[in-house]
Ligand binder design. Sequence first.
Ligand SMILES: Cc1cc2nc3c(=O)[nH]c(=O)nc-3n(C[C@H](O)[C@H](O)[C@H](O)COP(=O)(O)O)c2cc1C
Length: 390
Amino acid sequence: MRLKFPSLPKKPNPSQNSSPLSLMTTLANEGTSPQDVGHNLSSQIERAWAHWNKLGRPKLIVAPMVDNSELPFRMLCRKFGAEAAYTPMLHSRIFTESDKYRAEEFTTCQEDRPLFVQFCANDPDILLEAAKRVEPYCDYVDINFGCPQRIARRGYYGAFLMDNLPLVKSLVEKLSSNLKVPVSCKIRIFPDLQKTIDYAKMLEEAGCALLAVHGRTRDEKDGKKFRANWDAIKAVKNAVRIPVLANGNIRHMDDVHECLKETGVEGVLSAETLLDNPALFAGYCTSEWVSDEDNKEAGNLDQADLVVEYLKLCEKYPVPWRMIRSHVHKMLGEWFRIHPSVREDLNAQSKLTFEFLYDIVKRLRELDVKMPLFVKKTSQDRSLTNGVAA
Ligand SMILES: Cc1cc2nc3c(=O)[nH]c(=O)nc-3n(C[C@H](O)[C@H](O)[C@H](O)COP(=O)(O)O)c2cc1C
């Protein structure tokens, strides 16, 4: 879908666009009493919950992934149980400056809801300008306070803003005071639990209406090496009153159930595992997560089926080839390990076509690779998934 981005006045006027969630901040700035601030925080929190309820309280959510949580992939995950999704992180300044960037990096469609559109930013005015352009198309504008990569250090955004909490606060306040849709934040934890809790509370007071907590610190970059700290997520959940989502260690539906139970959060995000297995939230898992004792059965689905579904979605919703290439590699990684020559052919193809990619799947099938996804039968799976697998 070609989006019509609203054109903006040069200097947005906060008072014209004031959202309900902005009330607390605005009044606080006008010197109201602590009781008033408390009252307004309460009504802000009520509105945050009303919004969450209106969206149907999604529990199973596709995490933001640069170059990987683009529209066709989100739609694939939604088809297989995901109840909401984040866009990849968009760079707020480039988003405001470049038509090409906007057209290539942010596409959506009517069925792509509930949707979080995520930005990185370090300038409240620029962030607001970018956010205004997407607010008609999403349910939350999300701010990335979690990216720990070198590029984020250089660009001064993501988890590096944990060193500048006044700036974090001003970014959240700017959006919550001026947008019609609520603002959400995705954070990492500090090594110190109390600092993490204070951080979360500050975000809530600044107008954040939903908080996704990745239970790893900024230095714990490698998700495979460091387990996410669910205790810290639980402590945040207990300390704030807005909806909270947990992120980290979600590899199959047993993890989903355990995480919801242990932390008490409203929902979970998954990233890396979904790239291998976009049908995770429909109850499917790869063989590495099933043991002989599990009450399991081979599902009537495998990763090659998912690639075909994904390619069809890419034909319908075009995206840059680099994203398609990356997904084919991730979903068929295990298959390529058995037949590396097929991977080499894919790597050698500098210009991709759908015909070539469908043919890759056909060749693997003809080579007789058999790697089904598995379904573990539990009563919880049946109650949580949207019915695709259950
Ligand atoms: C390929 C990839 C791209 C990512 N891009 C983003 C991003 O754009 N924004 C963000 O907040 N986190 C990003 N992340 C981090 C994930 O959203 C998530 O926080 C992290 O991978 C931990 O979740 P997991 O244990 O389920 O993988 C990315 C992760 C991966 C694997």
